[in-house]
Design a protein around this ligand. Structure first.
Ligand code: NAP
Length: 263
């Protein structure tokens, strides 16, 4: 994406043929998830976003300005009852689930050696358990429909041990295997399951890293394309994997990292 382009203007120039599809984006209230929700609306999809905080959902609804094409549900993805409510409300409102994007992710800065077990559980629950709960509920609907797409956002940290992000990386690596496992179970039902694994993306989540000039320089040195990712760099591959064009791709993790994992 060019620096002077907004997500909305760029989305008008590339079509993914996902008009009318019902897409659930977990954690769609800011960062990659919010920009993905904007892009989906620009493509004519119907969008469901969730987040834990009502204030974030209210702000997202205002930013999306999508009228009855958007549903916002307060839900913590690691709580089974919340996940049930998220999918029940989606089906009540839109009648089906064409795609799920498991976008929620969180990290608490810690080493693995000295982390308390409670911290380990918290990171694993929000990243891995929540992704499983959402994938499972979506898969049950999609299996009946005999169609659907599940896309999870993992991270380069799933492939490369990173200081203070070890538990996060462990959880994200497990999501890669979960992607393969769901893909295998759901292949007979015409449901494709994939993941994208970005390097650092310019959002609030990673701001402590990219807003520090010295750290930013060190990170960019590891990326052959010489920059960190913008949200649009992740949104485009996710849109493709949610589209009918990706109908024979399943069980894959696509690295979206400017070549970082290729060297
Ligand atoms: N930014 C990066 O550098 C980077 C790099 C590689 C991969 N990723 C991955 O990309 C995805 C999106 O990252 P981002 O940078 O856009 O994150 P972000 O800006 O921190 O946004 C996270 C979103 O998830 C929601 N959320 C967090 N925990 C939740 C939970 N338990 N239940 C429901 N909603 C929850 C947040 O809303 P509430 O706070 O209201 O719940 C928010 O909408 C994550 O999976 C992340 O691991 C990011």
């Amino acid at each position: 994406m060019q620096a002077n382009q907004t997500m909305e203007t760029e989305m008008a120039t590339i079509s993914y043929a996902i008009e009318g599809k019902v897409v659930v984006v977990t954690g769609g209230t800011r960062g990659i998830g919010l920009d993905l929700a904007k892009a989906l609306l620009a493509q004519g999809a119907r969008v469901v976003v969730c987040g834990r905080k009502q204030a974030g959902l209210d702000d997202a609804l205002a930013a999306l300005n999508g009228g009855d094409q958007v549903l916002a549900v307060a839900a913590h993805i690691a709580k089974e009852a919340d996940v049930d409510r998220l999918f029940d409300q989606t089906v009540d409102r839109f009648g089906r689930v064409d795609a799920l994007v498991n976008n929620v992710g969180m990290n608490l800065i810690t080493g693995v050696v000295d982390a308390e077990p409670s911290l380990f559980s918290k990171i694993v629950e929000s990243n891995l358990t929540g992704t499983w709960l959402c994938s499972r509920r979506a898969a049950q609907v999609m299996r009946e429909q005999k169609a659907g797409k599940i896309v999870s956002i993992t991270s380069i940290a799933a492939r490369r041990a990173a200081p203070f992000m070890g538990i996060y990386g462990i959880a994200k690596a497990a999501i890669e295997m979960m992607t393969k496992t769901f893909a295998q179970e759901l292949a007979p039902f015409n449901v494709q399951v994939n993941a994208v694994a970005p390097c650092m993306v310019r959002t609030g989540f990673s701001q402590p890293f990219w807003s520090n000039d010295d750290l930013h320089k060190e990170i960019v040195k590891t990326i052959p394309m010489g920059r960190i990712a913008e949200t649009a760099d992740v949104v485009h591959p996710v849109l493709f994997l949610c589209s009918d064009g990706a109908g024979f791709i399943t069980g894959q993790t696509l690295m979206v990292d400017g070549g970082a994992s290729a060297v």
